[in-house]
Design a binder for this molecule. Sequence first.
Ligand SMILES: NC(=O)c1ccc[n+]([C@@H]2O[C@H](COP(=O)([O-])OP(=O)(O)OC[C@H]3O[C@@H](n4cnc5c(N)ncnc54)[C@H](OP(=O)(O)O)[C@@H]3O)[C@@H](O)[C@H]2O)c1
Length: 323
Amino acid sequence: MRAIVQDRYGPTEMLRLQDVDVPKIGADEVLVRVHASGVDPGVWHLVTGLPYLVRLGFGLFRPASRVPGMDLAGVVEAVGSNVERFTPGDEVFGTGRGSYAEYASAPANRLAPKPRNLTFEQAAAVPISGQTALAAVRDAGQVRPGKRVLVIGAGGGVGTFAVQLAKALGAHVTGMCSTGKLDLVRSIGADEVVDYTRTDITDRGQRYDVVIDTAGNRRLAQLRLALVPTGVLVLVGGEAGTGKWLWGFDRQLRALLLSPLVSQRLVPLLSRESTENLVALTELIEAGALTPVVGRTYPLTEVAEALRHLEDGHSTGKTVVTI
Ligand SMILES: NC(=O)c1ccc[n+]([C@@H]2O[C@H](COP(=O)([O-])OP(=O)(O)OC[C@H]3O[C@@H](n4cnc5c(N)ncnc54)[C@H](OP(=O)(O)O)[C@@H]3O)[C@@H](O)[C@H]2O)c1
């Protein structure tokens, strides 16, 4: 099968297309014929091995998986001996290993039936970013009807899901983004939009119950000024760091240490993928309350370009690779 491969950590330029064996699956796994796969900053970190911290979990000296890519949407080709939930021919979406390839393996408990009203490209945009936004809005942020929520990076991969999920949970949502994304963020349901190139969060004197930061380039002290005294700050991520060991992850660590000492709750987010979360997202998608925003799409041969498109940190919605 055709796959994008990497034999070492390094710049995206070293990724190349190769013929490799179709992956073998374990008893609890599913082999998926991949139709589309999502691209997100997490994959960039796993390709480059930066910050070094990621190597502890994903291969100390070289990537544990030679084929990058996690998000996938496609058709079940085969199932392991313990898998009862899926059969060959089922259309599925979720996260697996090595999805920048014609076939990928995925644990059955990280897959769900593809939402009926989505194309494979749209479905591939959902798993990581949608589940991250769900963890940020529903679980960490505990967003309820009437809560005032600020989403920073509202036009990005996670942000476009977070805005819609907070709206679906009945919140008053403010989306913060650059000028070119204001119309998009309004169109996905934000009650108010703020152009951060003109007004920063503390300039407006507004205080929010929940601030969800996907952009990662503001100091904790500044973010806390935008929160009510008992508010929740959810730190999803950010690519603003440069240190090769932590890459801005130190902000998450500082939040973890500071949170017990202040009245606000500061939550460094670590999202988890599961069938249950995918099903929760599917219900909203099929009810018309959640629609993935697909920005650019690239063919399998251009995965490196797709990852480079993310590098500048200003992509729109979710980037998708079609296979
Ligand atoms: N914690 C977890 O489990 C988890 C899971 C998934 C992802 N993440 C992390 O979450 C972060 C976001 O991921 P993503 O997929 O949403 O990335 P993305 O698609 O690149 O979105 C980031 C958004 O931030 C906006 N932005 C950049 N600078 C900004 C600024 N100064 N102020 C406000 N907005 C700004 C960008 O657009 P504009 O500047 O044009 O508005 C962009 O839309 C990444 O660091 C990723 O690694 C964490």
